[in-house]
Every structure is written in structure tokens, then in C-alpha cells.
Design a protein around this ligand. Structure first.
Ligand code: M6R
Length: 367
């Protein structure tokens, strides 16, 4: 059932290229010019009436929602808030009938996410569910459903569900933007063409697992580390940090790179590992200067950067892992892969039960 892999998590990491293809299948027109999401049953009129989007989810699905915010705001120019479901419910969120609430849940059974969905509907908002389980509670109760076709995810640590949620957000963001006329056709064509390349690009990262295993083994000797990044790199940093904590029990924090000097820099000491995501060209310089700040205090920095930028980035880091270059908005769908593999191998290195980390359940049906 693990198809020759040692753990479900590793199998599921390797299933991501397929999950990307399956989640895109039938949702892009044959000529590659548009996204077709008639299946969600949202009329053009309904889309034009959306004034605000609230994305609500837990854990890894919340991290996908952080990227979702950037995608929808950039493409459709609608303001988006992303909330953790257990916070959203109790903060008296301003939910109006022209709010679209998007709940994101792999299982479709997470108690707080389901309660948030009901709260949104009570207030007259429509709810779109992005879920991996057809017929789940969230899928049944939502007004609109966008299924991620990742297939069953068994490992407690979510991998292919997260990346398929990203794909779902790209598709939905483009769909909104095309309906609203907020993007040029050329930009859509370029995005869709780049999305088609993602599965192969992910494959090429998977082929470099041996390097990431070495990185993980040296990280596993530490008690603390940091992930830093800006923009969508910061969102991915948060996901990388959660994954590492969840299965290796090594403490880490994800920080917006520009925020370090407002307190956290005090924790940087000799030899501490820092994983820096540097995929957003327009932010390179800023992030590189943050990397210099941590290096000056003795941090050992692993940069995760686009192929082609090695020369520029390698001057500032101790080690560099290059990932295939894609459009800046799409980079989370590639940059998270090395972080998943680092977590996996770190968990193995410390001798944990990778698929069943202590204290955690796959589906959290209590509040
Ligand atoms: O099934 P859901 O997507 O609603 O689950 C949400 C979280 O419990 C889940 O993503 C959790 O954070 C994962 N174990 C993280 O790897």
C-alpha cells in the first residue's frame, strides 16, 4: 500500500506531480487560454458581487490560505483576509452577504473549519469549500465546492493536500480574474503555461532528495532553527516550520525576513541554522540584506533560490539549494517541496514515527 516507499509521507510527497495534474485536469481549456470552473456553480453575477473574501482553515490548510490571499488579491483585486478557523469564529468577523468565505480542508471534517462555514452561512455569506474529500461534511454543507484531486492522504503531515490546495487557488484566482476582467489575456496564458510545467519541475526537485537528506541530518543535530522569507516565501516558510515541528519535534520559527530586527534577531547565535527562501525577484535585495544580518551573528544559512540566481544568492549564503524557476506567484508550488523532504529526513534522523507523530491525529474533529 506504500507502493515501495518506506512511509506514507514519502509516497505522498512523490505523488505531488500527479496530484497537480489531476487537480488541473478538465479545468483548463484545451487551447490553454482560460480556466473553466463551471462545476463550482458560481455565476458571473455572483462573482461580480463579491466585495471581500475571507479564507478560513487550520494548520497546513491555513498556510495554503495565506498563499491564496496573495493569489486572489494579485489576480482579482478583491481584498482577502486569511484566518485560522479557531480564531475567526470568536473574533466577531464582519461577514456580509457580499463576502465570499472560502474554507480549506483536506479532510472536510475539521471541527473549527466546519463551524466557521456554518457561522458564515448564518450571516448570509456564500461559502466555497476547497476540500480533498468528496462527500465530506464541508463539501456537503458548502454552497460551492472545488475538489482537490490529491487522492487519499494517510500521513498525518500534510504534503500533497497542501500543494493541491495551492493549485486550486491558482485556478480559482484565474477564474475570478477572467470573469472580472482584472488580468490581461497574455498574463493568463503565461500563468497556465507555467502551471503545466510545475509537475516536471517538482519531479526534478524530488530527484535531488539525497542532498536534502544530508541537509536534514545536519539540521537534526540542532534544537532550534529559523525559516525566513518575504511575501509568498514567508507563507511557505510558515508551512516548512510547521512540517518540521510536527514530525521531527525540533523547534523552529518562521519569520518575515524584514521583521527579524524587531526582536527575533536576539535569538540568532553561533551555528544556528536558518533556512532562507529567496524566490521573489523583486524582493531579492531586501531578503539578501536580512540574510547578511543573521550571518553576521553566526547563523548558518541554507538558501532556497531559483536556478539562475545562484551566483547572486550564493555570495550571501553558506549553502544553496536551487529550485527550477517559475513565475513568482507560482513558486510556492515548488519551494515547499525541499522543505517537506527536509522535514521527512529530519524526522527519520531523530528516529521518530514519521507517519504518526506523537499527540496528533489526522483529522481534528474536536474544537
Ligand atoms: O483536514 P484539514 O485540512 O482541515 O486539517 C487541518 C489541519 O489539522 C492539518 O492541515 C494539520 O495542520 C496537518 N497535520 C499539518 O501537516
Amino acid at each position: 500500500e506504500k507502493a515501495g516507499f518506506d512511509h506514507f509521507m514519502l509516497k505522498e510527497i512523490h505523488e505531488q506531480p500527479k496530484a497537480y495534474r489531476d487537480t488541473m485536469r478538465g479545468r483548463v481549456s484545451d487551447d490553454g487560454q482560460s480556466v473553466t470552473l463551471g462545476e463550482i456553480g458560481m455565476s458571473a453575477e455572483q462573482i461580480k458581487g463579491i466585495r471581500k473574501v475571507q479564507i478560513v482553515a487550520c494548520g497546513t490548510a491555513y498556510h495554503a490560505g495565506l498563499v491564496g490571499k496573495t493569489i486572489i488579491e494579485r489576480l482579482a483585486r478583491i481584498p482577502v483576509e486569511t484566518d485560522v478557523a479557531s480564531e475567526y469564529r470568536y473574533r466577531s468577523p464582519i461577514i456580509t452577504p457580499d463576502t465570499l468565505v472560502i474554507v480549506v480542508s483536506q479532510s472536510g471534517e475539521t471541527a473549527d473549519t466546519l463551524a466557521a462555514l456554518r457561522e458564515a452561512q448564518r450571516n448570509g455569506a456564500r461559502v466555497l469549500a476547497i476540500t480533498n474529500v468528496v462527500g465530506s461534511s464541508v463539501a456537503r454543507e458548502a454552497d460551492h465546492v472545488l475538489i482537490t484531486w490529491a487522492g487519499p492522504e494517510i500521513a498525518v503531515a500534510s504534503t500533497k493536500a497542501y500543494t493541491s490546495q495551492l493549485i486550486a487557488f491558482y485556478l480559482f484566482g484565474i477564474y475570478l480574474a477572467q470573469t472580472l476582467g482584472t488580468v490581461e489575456q497574455a498574463a493568463v496564458t503565461e500563468l497556465l503555461a507555467a502551471m503545466n510545467e510545475l509537475p516536471e519541475q517538482v519531479e526534478s526537485v524530488l530527484e535531488q532528495s539525497a542532498v536534502l537528506k544530508q541537509v536534514a541530518e545536519s539540521i537534526a543535530k540542532h534544537k532550534n532553527l529559523f525559516f525566513i522569507g518575504r511575501g509568498v516565501d514567508y507563507a511557505v516558510a510558515q508551512e516548512g516550520s510547521l512540517k518540521l515541528k510536527e514530525i521531527s519535534y525540533i523547534h523552529s520559527e518562521a519569520y518575515a525576513a524584514g521583521e527579524l530586527k524587531h526582536g527575533t534577531l536576539a535569538l540568532i547565535e553561533d551555528g544556528i541554522p536558518v533556512i532562507a527562501l529567496v524566490t521573489q525577484e523583486e524582493l531579492y535585495e531586501k531578503t539578501l540584506s536580512n540574510i547578511k544580518e543573521v550571518k553576521a551573528r553566526g547563523a548558518h544559512v541554507l538558501g532556497i533560490a531559483n536556478a539562475g540566481s545562484e551566483v547572486e544568492v550564493s555570495k550571501s549564503v553558506d549553502e544553496l539549494f536551487a529550485i527550477p524557476k517559475t513565475l513568482p506567484l507560482l513558486s510556492p508550488a515548488i519551494s515547499v517541496i525541499p522543505l517537506q523532504l527536509i522535514s521527512y529526513y529530519a524526522s527519520l534522523a531523530v528516529g521518530n514515527d514519521v507517519d504518526k507523530p506523537r499527540n496528533l491525529a489526522k483529522s481534528v474533529t474536536v474544537e
